[in-house]
Design a protein around this ligand. Structure first.
Ligand code: ADP
Ligand code: ASP
Ligand code: MG
Length: 413
């Protein structure tokens, strides 16, 4: 008898028919005698709708209250899924994150899981039930409800698979697996049979929302092998696992585009030791995650100054602006300029470590499409550029074609 964790995303539980479809799939596994823990997201559009409601009342609502609000999305789905299983004659019990024993720190809206005590899950499974757990949520030791960041149901599933030592972890979504690029933007993208944790982690943190990046980090840390597959058919999906030797022969595994970044430029920042530290310390203390940072050469003769640009999640832009406005006079930059119309385009592949000429080929593809590069950042296995949002999708197609187009499998000749 195997213990299987199955996670169903928003589209897979988007209406009563889809929820019944989930119940039928779970029933099939159950009939084989396996124990099943199901993790569900809120029905598609529900989380966005709740955020919109709150923002209609106040642009920057309390993060504690946002967690209270957003946790209701998943709570609706767990109960409906349990009801759908009852309708098929199966024993099923729904649990909130707190009831499932998911304990987190107190950073509201992006809490980290500290530990899981799955006592109740085990006893319900032993009684013959399917256990349905609300994704995306947990509880602090003090009893506060928290959420795990957008897309956080993936993390709930992976963390539960680790805590329960599940023999299988399946992430069901609305595409057949992980593709070389978002198939909704690049129709010629291909499904990957397998991908390494590091590549999946980079693709996810660089905008491929098929998996939440923190969930992949967690899977890597605890060695949870998982499969991303469709809830709408029986096709095999993509296996995400530790890197194997033959993965290095592929230079570019995939291309991703992050449209949810914003850029801030601080104009004329005094060019003195300690200034950047003060700015980024303040941002860090406000739990704002900064991504790329670029500082220009010093300008101005008497009192030298530089411009510092950096990118962050669009969702944090308002909070960031407010903070930077409040420390402007004490640090002494001239102006805070925000730009929401940027896109971050990235190529990812472990084979990049041992190949040269990759950046040149990417930049050439962009040049041929008339795309200007605003910022560049690289690591061992990725190259990212910030470009104009309006040109993001055409740039993505061009770069995908350059590395992974027809007859090209990501290996450079
Ligand atoms: P769920 O609601 O199941 O969690 P998401 O909407 O979060 O699903 O993620 C699935 C979506 O991710 C797909 O519909 C697809 O448009 C998008 N996506 C982005 N990049 C990729 C990629 N490289 N491979 C597959 N899907 C991708
Ligand atoms: N409902 C949450 C979101 O939309 C979590 C998830 O779907 O994974 O971000
Ligand atoms: Mg998701």
């Amino acid at each position: 008898m195997a213990l299987i964790v199955q996670k169903y995303g928003g589209t897979s539980v988007g209406n009563p028919e889809r929820i019944k479809n989930v119940a039928r799939r779970v029933a099939k596994y159950r009939a084989q005698g396996d124990q099943i823990v199901v993790v569900v997201s809120a029905m598609s559009g529900v989380t966005d709708g709740l955020i919109k409601l709150a923002k209609e009342i106040m642009p920057l609502p309390s993060e504690r209250e946002m967690d209270m609000l957003l946790a209701t999305g998943e709570q609706t789905t767990i109960a409906l899924t349990a009801i759908a299983l009852h309708a098929l004659g199966l024993g099923a019990v729904s649990l909130t994150g707190a009831q499932a024993g998911i304990r987190t720190d107190g950073v509201h809206t992006k809490a980290k899981i500290q530990d899981i005590t799955p006592k109740q899950i085990h006893s319900l499974l032993d009684e013959g039930n399917v256990v349905i757990v609300a994704g995306f949520q947990g509880q602090t030791p003090e009893g506060q409800i928290t959420t795990l960041g957008r897309g956080g149901s993936d993390l709930t599933a992976i963390a539960l698979a680790a805590a329960l030592k599940a023999s299988l972890c399946q992430i069901y979504t609305d595409v057949d697996g992980v593709y070389t690029a978002d198939p909704r933007i690049v129709p010629s993208a291909r499904k990957l049979e397998e991908i390494s944790y590091d590549e999946m982690l980079e693709l996810a943190s660089l905008g491929a929302k098929v998996m939440q990046s923190r969930s992949v980090e967690f899977a890597k840390k605890f060695g949870v092998v998982f499969e991303v597959r469709s809830s709408l058919n029986e096709n095999p999906g993509t296996i995400v696992k530790e890197e194997t030797q033959n993965m290095e022969s592929v230079v570019i595994r995939g291309v991703s585009l992050d449209k949810n970044q914003a850029k801030i430029t601080l104009a004329a920042v005094p060019d003195q030791p300690g200034v950047a530290a003060r700015i980024f310390k303040a941002l860090g203390e406000a739990a704002i995650n900064i991504d790329m940072i670029v500082q220009t050469a010093s300008h101005g003769a008497g009192a030298p100054a530089t411009d510092i640009s950096f990118t962050m999640d669009k969702a944090d832009l308002l909070k960031t602006r407010k903070l930077l406005d409040s420390i402007q006079s004490s640090i002494g930059y001239r102006e805070v300029i925000a730009d929401e119309n940027i896109g971050k385009l990235s190529i990812v592949g472990v084979g990049m470590r041992s190949h040269s000429g990759v950046a040149a080929r990417m930049f050439e593809a962009l040049a041929n499409t008339g795309v200007n590069i605003d910022m560049i950042s690289t690591s061992e296995i990725k190259i990212s550029v910030v470009i104009d949002l309006a040109k993001g999708e055409s740039a993505m197609k061009a770069v995908h074609a350059a590395f992974l187009g027809r007859g090209n499998d990501g290996k450079l000749e």
